[in-house]
Structures are given as structure tokens and as C-alpha cells.
Design a protein around this ligand. Structure first.
Ligand code: DAH
Length: 346
């Protein structure tokens, strides 16, 4: 199909769509972009310009369609004004006009993929104690790695007199999950769970750091589990999530709760290592995505699981980052911004 035909096909699709921004993510765009470097050098610039013109035409159609879809008449509302019982009721946007927040939708996708791989989904907590945040994860009191998890604390204290905390990672759930599903092991089944949920850190905010963000923890325990299974599980998940084959690699790292511990990277799903100026991987071709490793024997013992019989792996990584890479979102702060022009694209 030539570019002109494609432009009219896509603008037509936009005109029919209830979610027109979706068309901007059509695979046809990606295919055309991939064709740019394959053009003869003298034709490359003009081909690129035509692709760009097409993108602009589709974007304009999307804006027009969005305006058409949202042309409801809503009067401005001063919610601080006293209610006048004689006034007619104000108009509100109908509930059907809202959309699911992109992070929530992606967490659902993530749970579905892991569900197909046999993992149950568990929630985390928004306030937790230091026992689950550190102690059960093999960070005894005074352990220097506790400082890596600077988060918010409440004035209330737990039974040990330590402040309660807004958890800085989803790993706080490991001990609870191990205990909850310990009986699986006695039945000869594995413990397999994912925890996609909200975490908090005392961060300096920028395009890559938020104080409130999302992680997904994974935990798998059975007999004879080894690191190859960890790598294969994460690779399979990422390939399903991004819908393409990806390379992965692990480098040695340190976490108190895994031994050995790894930093897990994947080949850039955005540019696939082909773009020196890629805004997602910075031209590296690799993205450090998460921490993982084989669960430390002390973590299993803290849940009364015998590390001489059972072994397991665990991982924890950022969901925001995963979603940013999927859609080319350049600033993590958009997610919490409540800006409708950002949110309405999903
Ligand atoms: N909780 C770690 C963090 O946020 C990430 C992590 C590393 C989780 C290794 C794990 C793991 O479960 O095994 O920095």
C-alpha cells in the first residue's frame, strides 16, 4: 500500500473510532518507520518527509475526532459555592466518558500474562511495618542496605517502637506470600505469585523519578528451582508484554534477600538497538529493568520453609518504566499529573 492510500485508510479509521488516539499506535506506522533506513540514500529524506506528513495528517484527524467525541456541553462548576436549592442541578460528565488509567490497564495486562503462566496476583499494602520491609528480607537492624530504601514514615509506631512506613518496594509482601501459600509445597505444588502495586520513595523528582510509583514483585518456590527458570520466566513475560522477541541479559548485583542477585536487562523494545538517539535506551540498546535473584535461605526460613528442600526465585521491577517504554512516554510524572490531555490518549 502506498503512503497516500495508507493516509486515507488511517484517517478513515480515525473517523470511525471511539478511541482515535489508538490509531497513532497502529503497526503500519512502525512498519513505515522501519522502511526509512531501507530507502536508497537519495530517496531517504523525501520518503521520511512523506511519512512525517502522513503522521501529521493522522494526528490532525485524531484531534478533530477527539473534539467531535467530547463536544458535550458542560457548564463550569464552582464546587465551593453554597448550593442554591432553587438552581437547576449542574451537568456532570457522564461516567462513560472516563477511561481506565493507563497504569491500571497495564497492571491488568501484566496479571493476565502471569496468570496464564500459573502465577496468582496479590495486592500489597500502602502502610507496612519494618518487620516486613526489612527484617523478613534478611536486612537486620543497622544493615547498611536499609539506607537504599529511603521512604516516608508515620508518627505511629509498630510493636517494636519503629515508625510504620509507606513501603519502598513490593518485596514487603514476600514473607506473607510464602506463609500464605506454604501449603502448596506440601501438596507438591509451587508457590507462584505476582504483586503489582504502589510503592513510595523519598526521591528527587525528575522525568525518571517519582515519589509514588508502581512495582511488580514475582515470587516462585518449589523443589529444584534454578536461575535459568527465573531468566526464562521474565523473558517470556516481556516478550508477551511487548509482543515481540527480545534479548535479555543478567549482571551480578547485590540484594540482601537474594543470593545470587542479578540486575536484569532487556534489549530496547522501542528501537531494538537501531537508533543511536533513542530516547528510551539512550542509544545503548539495553535497558536495566529490574532486580532479581535466587531467594536467600534466610528469607525462606523466616516463613518456615526449609531451604534444604525448596529453592525459589524472586524479582521486583518498576511498572511505570515498562509502560513508558511500551508507549514512548517520556516523563514518569505524567502518570500522577491528572492531565486529561495525557490520560485521554489511552
Ligand atoms: N525490592 C528490590 C528493589 O526495589 C527489587 C528486587 C530485587 C526484588 C531482587 C526482588 C528481588 O524480589 O529478588 O530495589
Amino acid at each position: 500500500m502506498n503512503i497516500d492510500e495508507l493516509t486515507s485508510a488511517l484517517t478513515e479509521r480515525v473517523a470511525q473510532s471511539d478511541n482515535p488516539a489508538e490509531v497513532l499506535r497502529a503497526p503500519e506506522f512502525r512498519e513505515l518507520y522501519a522502511q526509512i533506513p531501507q530507502q536508497e540514500p537519495e530517496e531517504r529524506a523525501s520518503f521520511g518527509q512523506r511519512v512525517n506528513a502522513m503522521k501529521q495528517a493522522v494526528e490532525a484527524a485524531v484531534e478533530a475526532r477527539k473534539a467531535e467525541l467530547s463536544s458535550v456541553d458542560v457548564c463550569p462548576l464552582d464546587i465551593t459555592a453554597p448550593m442554591d436549592v432553587n438552581a437547576s442541578a449542574p451537568k456532570f460528565l457522564s461516567a462513560e466518558q472516563g477511561t481506565i488509567h493507563p497504569l491500571m490497564a497495564e497492571m491488568q495486562t501484566l496479571s493476565e500474562i502471569f496468570g496464564r503462566m500459573g502465577f496468582v496476583t496479590e495486592d500489597s499494602r500502602e502502610i507496612d511495618d519494618q518487620y516486613h520491609m526489612f527484617e523478613t528480607l534478611n536486612f537486620p537492624k543497622g544493615h547498611p542496605a536499609r539506607d537504599d530504601y529511603d521512604t516516608f514514615m508515620t508518627v505511629e509506631t509498630d510493636a517494636d517502637g519503629d515508625p510504620l512506613i509507606a513501603p519502598a518496594h513490593t518485596s514487603t509482601m514476600q514473607n506473607r506470600i510464602l506463609k500464605k501459600y506454604r501449603e502448596n509445597l506440601e501438596r507438591g505444588e509451587a508457590i507462584a505469585a505476582v504483586v503489582p502495586d504502589r510503592v513510595f520513595r523519598n526521591e528527587d523528582l525528575d522525568a525518571r523519578h517519582e515519589h509514588t510509583f508502581y512495582q511488580f514483585e514475582g515470587i516462585y518456590v518449589a523443589k529444584g528451582v534454578h536461575a535459568g527458570m527465573l531468566i526464562a520466566t521474565l523473558q517470556k513475560f516481556l516478550e508477551e508484554y511487548y509482543g515481540k522477541k527480545l534479548d535479555v541479559r543478567v549482571n551480578p548485583f547485590y540484594f540482601p534477600f537474594t543470593e545470587p542477585s542479578f540486575e536484569f536487562s532487556l534489549s530496547c523494545p522501542f528501537c531494538e538497538g537501531t537508533d543511536k538517539d533513542c530516547k528510551v535506551c539512550g542509544g545503548e540498546g539495553w535497558i536495566e529493568l529490574l532486580g532479581c535473584g535466587m531467594i536467600h535461605p534466610n528469607v525462606l526460613k523466616a516463613a518456615d520453609i526449609d531451604p534444604n528442600i525448596y529453592t525459589g526465585f524472586a524479582w521486583g521491577g518498576g511498572i511505570d518504566r515498562l509502560v513508558m517504554m511500551k508507549y514512548g512516554i517520556e516523563d514518569v510524572r505524567h502518570f500522577q499529573s491528572a492531565k486529561l490531555d495525557f490520560l485521554e490518549q489511552f
